[in-house]
Structure formats: structure tokens, C-alpha cells
Design a protein around this ligand. Structure first.
Ligand SMILES: NC(=O)c1ccc[n+]([C@@H]2O[C@H](COP(=O)([O-])OP(=O)(O)OC[C@H]3O[C@@H](n4cnc5c(N)ncnc54)[C@H](OP(=O)(O)O)[C@@H]3O)[C@@H](O)[C@H]2O)c1
Length: 247
């Protein structure tokens, strides 16, 4: 794979950092967009040592919608061309609080859903203008069916997955790839409070899957692969049964 120019939004995420290390080892040119600029500068320094041709950083709190366009514009101008982009930011809202605090629920939906969609739309426009490139976005298996334990997060991810499906169809045949990444349980800071079990994967394993999916321009990837079967079964459970079980 030749040297690529890659933009990563939410670049301080554990999964994003693991993917960035793989791209650095290939000698890619990288642009890290994150709200924690001190942390992204530290990651950038590490990526340079790991072999990246160049690493740039930019600041973006994705909840600041007014800042999206200029942040993406600066990233694309700095990179010169964008061969691949990964949108990786996210939060795991407290579902119980979402049920009683509408403002909190809407803020969390905005970060995980609306902001991701807005950024995907902006980046897709840039890829369209240059006539090539692949956009990958981290959605989640949680978007495949709403569950009592995390349906605010799940509904935001469902919105993202559906948006990407339409975007992929619209851009088909125009040289632009759109990849929907659906991880299952991943051991990252986001899930630090959860007890881990056999279904859990490392961020490194997910990152390998993401980099491969972008290389191959896959459409929808479940990571690890076995989640495709698990979610197919969960989606098949009839609603009158599903509403009685606790997931
Ligand atoms: N971990 C899992 O089990 C799992 C499963 C399925 C999907 N995912 C998805 O995978 C992606 C990466 O998450 P992760 O597991 O790697 O978790 P993580 O290490 O906690 O990363 C989450 C990242 O999102 C960033 N972020 C949150 N709110 C932001 C905002 N307003 N503006 C800018 N950045 C913001 C965080 O930045 P700060 O460092 O500044 O807070 C952090 O870098 C997310 O989309 C997540 O929903 C994770």
C-alpha cells in the first residue's frame, strides 16, 4: 500500500490511536483532529517515531458544530489530499440519566449521532471534490437494535449507520468508498467500568480490522467478525419476545 494521507477525527480514542500506529508504520502522512490537544500532540510525537512521514494536529470539540467546517477545511488543506478519513470520537452516555435529563440525552445524541453525521457529510464533500478517497466511520453493533441498557447511544449509532448506508449508495461509482465500522465490546477507556469477558476485543484487534476494511473498501464490517452472526440473531428475535428479555 503506497503512502497515504489520512485524516482522523477523535484521534485520541484508543481505537483511533491503535489504527494511527498501523498507518504510521506504513509511513503515512497523518492529521489528528481532537479536543484534547495536549494528548493529541503526545500521540503525534509517538507516531513520528513510529515512522509516519508527517503528523499534523488540529483542535475540534465535535459538540461545537460551528467549528466543524473550518476544522475540516484546515485539515484537508494541510494534508493536500485525503486518501482516507476515519471518524472515531464517541461517548457512552449513562442510559439512566438519559431517561430523566432531556438536555443531557440530547447533548449525548448530538456528540454520537448528529455531530458524526455532520462531519461525515463535510468530509464526503471534500472527497467528492477531489474525486477519490475512503471515509470510514465507527458506528456500533449497538445501532442494530435498541436495547434497554443503552438505547440513547444505540439510537445515535443507528442514525449514523443509516446515514452512511445512504451516503455509500449516493457515492457509489464516483471513486469514493464509505465504510461503516461496527465494533462489539472493546476494552478502551470508554468501557473501563465494565467487567470483561470472552466477547471483548482489544483496540489493536479492532484497529487491524479498520485498516484492512479501508484498504479493501468494504461497506459494512463487524469487528471482530463474529458480531455479524450475533447481531443477525438478535435482529431476528420477534419484538414480542425481545421486549421481555433484558439486554
Ligand atoms: N469501546 C467499545 O466497546 C466500543 C464499541 C463500539 C463502538 N465504539 C465506538 O468506537 C469509537 C472510539 O471509542 P473508544 O472505544 O476508542 O473510546 P475512547 O478511547 O474513550 O475514545 C473516545 C474518544 O472520543 C473523544 N470525544 C468524546 N467527546 C468528544 C467531543 N465532544 N469532541 C471531540 N472528541 C470527543 C474522546 O476525546 P477526549 O479524550 O477529549 O475525551 C476520545 O478521544 C467511538 O465512536 C465509540 O462509540 C466503542
Amino acid at each position: 500500500m503506497s503512502e497515504q494521507h489520512i485524516l482522523v477525527v477523535g484521534a485520541t480514542s484508543a481505537i483511533a490511536e491503535a489504527a494511527l500506529r498501523l498507518w504510521a508504520a506504513r509511513g503515512c502522512t497523518l492529521y489528528l483532529l481532537a479536543r484534547d490537544t495536549a494528548r493529541s500532540e503526545a500521540i503525534a510525537a509517538d507516531l513520528r517515531v513510529r515512522g509516519a512521514t508527517a503528523v499534523h494536529t488540529g483542535s475540534l470539540d465535535v459538540a461545537d458544530f460551528a467549528a466543524h467546517a473550518s476544522a475540516v477545511e484546515l485539515a484537508c488543506t494541510t494534508l493536500g489530499r485525503v486518501d482516507a478519513a476515519l471518524i472515531a470520537h464517541g461517548t457512552l452516555p449513562e442510559q439512566a440519566r438519559c431517561e430523566v435529563d432531556e438536555n443531557y440525552a440530547l447533548r449525548e445524541f448530538a456528540v454520537n449521532g448528529t455531530a458524526t453525521i455532520a462531519l461525515a457529510g463535510l468530509i464526503a464533500q471534500k472527497l467528492e471534490e477531489q474525486g477519490h478517497g475512503t471515509l470510514a466511520v465507527i458506528s456500533s453493533v449497538a445501532g442494530d437494535r435498541g436495547r434497554a441498557s443503552n438505547y440513547l447511544y444505540g439510537s445515535a449509532k443507528a442514525a449514523v449507520s443509516t446515514y452512511l448506508s445512504g451516503l455509500r449508495q449516493r457515492l457509489h461509482g464516483r471513486g469514493i468508498g464509505v465504510v461503516t465500522i461496527k465494533p462489539g465490546f472493546v476494552d478502551t477507556p470508554m468501557t473501563a467500568a465494565f467487567a470483561k469477558g470472552p466477547l471483548w476485543a482489544s483496540p489493536e484487534r479492532i484497529a487491524h480490522g479498520i485498516v484492512h476494511a479501508i484498504d479493501e473498501r468494504r461497506a459494512v464490517v463487524y469487528l471482530p467478525w463474529f458480531w455479524r452472526g450475533i447481531m443477525a440473531m438478535i435482529r431476528c428475535v420477534p419484538e414480542f419476545v425481545f421486549q421481555r428479555i433484558k439486554l
